[in-house]
Design a protein around this ligand. Structure first.
Ligand code: ES4
Ligand code: ZN
Length: 325
């Protein structure tokens, strides 16, 4: 059974926003602990609000949801809950995005965020046997100066952050807006990735590659509208961190059966499958794999190839990769 194969394979996750793993139950518990009132009467009422017709609808609710995260322990509890689920899905390695500006803009110190997330990662490596690293994202709806300040705040924690990414509202915020801060991040030795071609046009993917110099594209599904770009991505084996249930819930595709993932594989693209914001989009990695496998009729070889791509595209060492698979 494909189902058993998906469950049993050791896997990586390369596109998870840790704040997007905040399940409604934990959101309510943290709100209570911190004396914050949420504009929803219950967990069920909150879940009912998770109906989105585009990326911005989701982002509005996502930024509101993260307002319950105040203390270092809150960030610890958030990451720990995710890592336990990741372990249950048989993930061996996770590269976790976090949005420091979503917290520092509310008066939460950068150190509070990083200390809580990092401590959960250290404990998970010890007791769950799962490895995780942190990728800090800049919010692209804010200006480059704000991203520069965030990079400055991160430098004292350089050893706890492997990379830099770019997320939030894509339309109207091209990657080129962040050219200087990405240059600085490269000089500081960070791995670079950017969300591009989720809602935005193929030009944004070109910019992420050629202006920012990223090594990985998050989403990238609109690359299929530009066959020259597809050739470039295939030639360079640039990994694309695709998130099928996210695309469905944000109406980037209107039906999973029409999702471009299989066509992307057929074009020789280095496609990986990830969860994005699993608490909001209805599924962790295994559920994403099952959903596309069912909708597109993927075979065992295709599932294995996707999972192998995830391991290959990860920042694990060659030795860790060969042990993982
Ligand atoms: C995000 Cl699905 C998605 N797209 C862009 N930015 C994000 N931040 C969290 N989830
Ligand atoms: Zn994302």
């Amino acid at each position: 059974m494909i189902e058993t194969l998906i469950t049993r394979l050791p896997k990586c996750e390369l596109h998870i926003h840790i704040e997007g793993s905040l399940e409604p139950e934990l959101m309510f518990a943290l709100a209570r602990r911190n004396g914050i009132s949420l504009p929803y009467a219950s967990v069920e009422a909150l879940r009912r609000a998770y109906r989105f017709s585009k990326l911005q609808d989701f982002l509005d609710i996502y930024y509101q949801g993260m307002s319950v995260l105040i203390t270092e322990q809150d960030f610890y509890d958030l990451a720990w809950a995710y890592l336990e689920r990741a372990r249950a899905d048989n993930l061996v390695h996770v590269e976790m995005f976090f949005d420091p500006q979503g917290h520092t803009s509310r008066g939460v110190a950068f150190s509070t965020v990083i200390n809580g997330l990092h401590r959960a990662i250290v404990d998970a490596e010890k007791t769950l046997g799962i490895r995780a690293s942190l990728i800090m994202c800049f919010l692209r709806h804010l200006d480059e100066a704000d991203a520069e300040k965030t990079l400055d705040a991160a430098l004292p924690f350089r050893d706890r952050i492997v990379g830099v990414g770019l997320d939030s509202s894509e339309a109207g915020h091209p990657p080129s807006k962040f050219k200087r801060v990405f240059n600085r991040a490269r000089e500081a030795g960070f791995f670079l990735s950017a969300h591009a071609g989720e809602e935005g046009p193929p030009e944004y993917i070109w910019e992420a590659l050629d202006v920012l110099g990223v090594a990985r594209i998050d989403h990238g599904i609109r690359s299929m509208e530009d066959q020259v770009l597809v050739g470039r991505l295939a030639r360079d084996k640039t990994a694309l961190t695709v998130c099928p249930l996210s695309n469905l819930r944000l109406k980037v595709v209107d039906d999973l059966a029409k999702h471009p993932l299989r066509r992307m594989l057929d074009k020789g693209l280095m496609v990986t499958v990830n969860s994005d914001d699993p608490a909001y989009f209805g599924g962790y990695v295994n559920q994403n794999l099952r959903a596309v496998s069912d909708a597109l009729g993927l075979g065992r070889d295709e599932i294995v190839a996707i999972v192998r791509n995830g391991i290959e595209a990860s920042l694990m060492t060659a030795d860790e990769k060969s042990k993982a698979f």
